[in-house]
Ligand binder design. Structure first.
Ligand code: AP5
Length: 227
């Protein structure tokens, strides 16, 4: 069996720098294929909001645009992926982000005889990412993502997904923090493209186009990897 063999519920990874559209596309794949989006960024922000020990340790690191320790992130991911809903298949958004995390994921999946189906690299220009991130906001109710220019709700201030009217912006979405986040991506996460390529599990997609066009391309990759 090669690295893309499906043995159980699908496990897909979205790789890409901040602003590449991982969260936007993961939510679409979730809706279309009934997979569960697992975003370690969302899990960490929830831990910060709840004031857990992990959240207290993560808060300043996230605000500086650096990576939270492998130990904390792996523990959070391990707990979440063990929950019942994940048995239907998962899309990992923002995890793994280091080689240590990628190896930990391989080991975790191997415990249940699983492997990842595909790691999909969203390929973008760094220069466009600052615009994407600085215009981003999300629905406080359901987490649906929007953008001041590129993705506005049908009715201004009202979430298309849940009808909520409270929108929020992230503390780390400032231009200076985005630069640190991009630096962390290139130094610590981009090497994972080679890691998954060497396992025969990598697909690449041009993520500079329109959201719906990228979603269609991703859907084709997902169907091939899980069909
Ligand atoms: P995380 O929450 O994972 O943030 P990120 O990787 O920096 O990614 P983003 O959420 O900023 O971008 P995205 O690719 O999801 O883009 P989106 O779809 O929103 O991590 C935050 C922090 O948590 C990290 O810095 C780190 O400290 C910590 N952390 C998390 N995981 C970790 C881990 N595994 N290890 C260690 N630390 C970890 O799109 C962006 C905007 O662009 C949106 O407004 C969207 O509407 C718009 N948009 C999307 N696609 C397009 C398009 N094609 N054209 C135009 N606009 C678009």
């Amino acid at each position: 069996m090669d690295a893309t063999t499906v043995t159980r519920a699908p496990v897909l990874i979205l790789l890409g720098p901040p602003g590449a559209g991982k969260g936007t596309q993961a939510r679409k794949l979730e809706d279309k294929y009934g997979l569960v989006q697992l975003s370690t960024g969302d899990l960490l922000r929830a831990a910060v909001a709840q004031g857990t020990e992990a959240g207290k340790q993560a808060k300043a690191v996230m605000e500086a645009g650096e990576l939270v320790s492998d130990e904390i992130v792996i523990a959070i991911l391990r707990d979440r992926i063990a929950e019942a809903d994940c048995a239907q298949g998962v899309i990992l958004d923002g995890f793994p982000r280091t080689t240590v995390q990628a190896e930990a994921l391989d080991a975790l999946l191997a415990e249940s005889g699983q492997k990842i189906n595909a790691a999909i690299s969203l390929e973008v220009d760094d220069a466009a990412m600052v615009d994407r991130i600085s215009g981003r906001y999300t629905c406080a109710g359901c987490g649906e993502g929007y953008h001041d220019t590129f993705k506005t709700p049908k009715q201004s201030g009202v979430c298309d997904h849940c009808g909520g009217t409270e929108m929020k912006r992230r503390a780390d979405d400032k231009a200076e923090t985005v630069a640190s986040r991009l630096e962390a991506y290139h130094a610590q996460t981009a090497p994972l493209i080679g890691y998954y390529d060497s396992k025969g599990a990598l697909s690449r997609i041009d993520a500079m186009g329109k959201i719906e066009e990228i979603a269609a391309g991703l859907g084709a990759i997902v169907e091939k990897a899980t069909g």
